[in-house]
Design a binder for this molecule. Structure first.
Ligand SMILES: C[S@@+](CC[C@H](N)C(=O)[O-])C[C@H]1O[C@@H](n2cnc3c(N)ncnc32)[C@H](O)[C@@H]1O
Length: 238
């Protein structure tokens, strides 16, 4: 079978996108080119984290991939006493890479499925572009666990690709996002191949879908604190 080229050095053997198969070493570069304001959204998360992470805080980064942001967050709070950050990912290659390249004394990386993860009581949970990859039938269960495990006043910083409110803006945002990817150096063929590879793998909800999920879990206080094209940041506070 012909390999599908989705970036300069990134070829998929099967037609389906996967986070395993030697992607880890080139993943940071690929995601940085693929998601608008990737670094700025991390900056915002750092700023927000100051309101939630205190001495003795337990923190989770769900779907941490290579751990590059997990390490930045750990470094931001390095002077706090006894904080513990857990980076969670289902892919062994990602977790091994994170342990090797992005370790720090207050981080533990754990290879597990979010659906099976038992969360400890914690003050801050982040999830960048991860729940959109979880099968819809398991997503609510994960949000329920997040709500239950947060201490009162704890925060959930949740970034997702979202579907639009209506068909016209959905069409527009799809096209505008493709134009943005071209500016970032992707060819039309790479953009189309990536879209094809994500079929049935990436399955975003709309903003309203995510709000409903948060409400069903028990969250009453949540706001969109950032949005660009089809990428949205929600901060939910217990
Ligand atoms: C788009 S990447 C996340 C990027 C990363 N958070 C960042 O900001 O650079 C999605 C990650 O979620 C992980 N993932 C997908 N399904 C998962 C699951 N069921 N349990 C744990 N991790 C999962 C993938 O392995 C992948 O590393």
């Amino acid at each position: 079978m012909k390999k599908l080229k989705v970036d300069r050095y990134l070829y998929l053997k099967k037609n389906e996108w996967s986070f395993s198969k030697k992607i880890a070493p080139i993943f940071d570069n690929h995601i940085n080119k693929s998601i608008p304001f990737y670094k700025e959204f991390q900056w915002l998360c750092n700023e927000v984290s100051d309101y939630f992470i205190k001495d003795n805080s337990v923190v989770y980064d769900l779907g941490c991939s290579t751990g590059s942001y997990t390490k930045k967050l750990a470094s931001r709070h390095k002077n706090k006493n006894k904080i513990k950050i857990y980076g969670i990912d289902i892919i062994s290659e990602m977790i091994n890479f994170a342990k090797k390249k992005n370790n720090s004394k207050n981080i533990s990386y754990i290879k597990t499925d979010l659906n099976k993860l038992k969360l400890k009581k914690c003050d801050f949970i982040i999830s960048f572009y991860t729940l959109q990859f979880i099968n819809q039938k398991f997503r609510q269960n994960i949000i329920n666990k997040i709500y239950t495990s947060l201490n009162w006043g704890g925060g959930f910083f949740f970034v997702e690709k979202v579907r639009s409110y209506d068909a016209r803006t959905q069409d527009m945002t799809n096209e505008i996002y493709k134009e943005w990817k071209k500016i970032m150096g992707f060819s039309d063929q790479e953009i189309n191949s990536k879209t094809k590879s994500l079929k049935g793998v990436l399955d975003p909800f709309s903003s309203n879908g995510n709000f409903s999920m948060l409400k069903r879990a028990g969250f009453k206080d949540f706001s969109v604190i950032g949005k660009f094209i089809c990428f949205e940041i929600i901060l939910a506070i217990k």
